[in-house]
Ligand binder design. Structure first.
Ligand SMILES: [Cu+2]
Length: 119
């Protein structure tokens, strides 16, 4: 009898566990955020999954222009380029549809760089 009680208890715990995990909605892949502030992109190196979106947020008081290397033509990943400056307080999002290690720079200050690894 004690065995039966133990089995019932374990089954109940299992059911509870399944309910708890089953209730947790599957979170969509959180978009990565890279901020531009104090003359740098943070984080400098980001790793994301294929199809994920990265949002560049300009928290500085000057324009930013994150773009694919190589400056000035941005030919390595031409779509990874807002094609214009992004003002203070504004943001620009880009969805990476190509796997690879994508280096970028600030088109207005090409010495400011970063890397986004898409896998
Ligand atoms: Cu450039």
């Amino acid at each position: 009898m004690r065995m039966v009680k133990a089995i019932i208890l374990i089954s109940a715990l299992f059911a509870l566990l399944l309910t708890v995990t089953g209730c947790t909605p599957k979170q969509p892949e959180a978009a990565s955020v890279i901020t531009f502030e104090n003359g740098t992109y943070t984080p400098k190196n980001t790793s994301i999954k294929l199809g994920q979106t990265v949002t560049f947020v300009n928290k500085s008081n000057t324009d930013m222009w994150p773009a694919s290397n190589i400056h000035p033509t941005h030919g390595i990943y031409p779509e990874f380029d807002p094609k214009k400056a992004v003002g203070p307080g504004k943001s620009w999002s880009f969805t990476f549809t190509k796997a690879g290690i994508w280096k970028f720079h600030d088109h207005l200050n090409p010495e400011i760089t970063g890397t986004i690894t898409v896998h």
